[in-house]
Design a protein around this ligand. Structure first.
Ligand code: ZN
Length: 355
């Protein structure tokens, strides 16, 4: 596979600096599709978060995560690429699709993807398999690929995953209907957007924020990590997470807000970076905007409370959990009281107080 081009100045891969735009609204979006938001965010807590939810509700949430993600990916591809092009690509040069997916996985921090096998027009139908090492989230990765294969073939597909080594997986996909996993067709979340004025210092050559470029982009392993702490990052969309939360609430009739807030809080209290976030409003504003989490428009903090307003916020439960984790880390306490509300224009207000 051809090596990916990197920015000569800062070393960020071309798929990132061409494909994504950091706006002054505090969000990251696909350059070709500004409605499609992305995060540059910690990824190690994804599977841990899913496991924590499973613990609480006592059942696997595989189908919610994989199906929600697959539907989003499929709809996104169908919106961006005409159906006949998708079909033609799949029929004429299917390996090109796998190569492209592997390249995206490396640039986005999803892990190392390698093509294994492809069979077309067999008695059992079309078949595609690949391996992935150190996936950012095996369930999100599986959902993404299922959606990709369904968009390419124009048909329903099925996937399975086997762990075949240390954090190494075989992902197999077949054309063929899978049982309807989710009853309702859930529309992807629509996020309102307000103008903003956040300034991030950017690479003069490619326009990626320097704070993002400071991470190590390992193009062999597909791992993006902090040069000092090793904390792993990936580019993924808030809609994938919000759709999972929505599906869980709608299908199971559960309120999972508190579970997610607690799981996210625990992650942030373990994060070695947490301390460095707590150095004032300007720093926090940068930390949020470089991740595409929105703009900090209000910030108050004293010995007893921490209060913040974020414009253009998404994944609200996760943001509340993060605020709670940061507060408890700085205050060196084990519990706190949280209150939050969101307005119709996507402005999130959070207050954390000592318990
Ligand atoms: Zn650059």
């Amino acid at each position: 596979m051809a090596r990916q081009k990197l920015c000569r100045e800062c070393g960020v891969p071309k798929l990132i600096y061409k494909g994504l735009t950091w706006q002054n609204t505090g969000i990251i979006c696909e350059t070709k599709d500004p409605e499609h938001r992305m995060f540059f965010a910690e990824s190690e807590n994804l599977e841990a978060l899913f496991a924590e939810i499973e613990n609480l509700i006592g059942t696997s949430i595989d189908k919610f995560v994989i199906e929600s993600k697959s539907r989003l990916t499929k709809e996104y591809l169908q919106k961006m690429i005409p159906a006949y092009v998708l079909k033609l690509l799949y029929l004429v040069k299917p390996t090109l699709i796998v190569e492209r997916m592997a390249a995206i996985a490396k640039a986005y921090g999803y892990g190392k993807v390698e093509f294994v096998d492809m069979k077309m027009n067999t008695k059992e139908g079309d078949y595609l398999s690949m391996t992935i090492e150190h996936p950012y989230s095996i369930r999100f990765y599986r959902g993404d690929n299922l959606g990709g294969m369904e968009a390419g073939t124009g048909r329903e597909c099925t996937t399975s995953v086997k762990e075949i080594g240390e954090d190494r997986y075989l992902l197999e996909m077949w054309v063929g209907t899978h049982p309807p996993e989710l009853k309702e067709h859930l529309n992807p979340p629509v996020y309102p957007l307000i103008t903003g004025n956040v300034e991030l210092e950017k690479c003069p050559s490619c326009g990626v924020p320097l704070a993002v470029a400071a991470y190590r982009f390992d193009m062999d392993s597909g791992i993006i990590s902090h040069p000092e702490t090793g904390t792993r990052m990936a580019f993924y969309g808030p809609a994938g997470l919000d759709s999972v939360f929505l599906a869980l609430e709608q299908e199971l009739g559960l309120s999972i807000a508190e579970t997610i807030i607690e799981a996210q809080k625990r992650y942030w209290k373990r994060n070695p970076m947490a301390e460095s976030w707590a150095v004032g409003e300007k720093n926090l504003k940068q930390m949020l905007a470089m991740r595409g989490y929105g703009i900090v428009t209000r910030f108050e903090s004293d010995r007893d409370h921490f209060s913040i307003t974020i414009q253009n916020a998404t994944v609200l439960y996760l943001m509340v959990g993060m605020a709670k984790g940061l507060f408890e880390t700085v205050m060196k306490v084990d519990s706190s009281i949280h209150e939050w509300s969101v307005s119709g224009d996507g402005t999130l207000s959070i207050t954390i107080r000592s318990a």
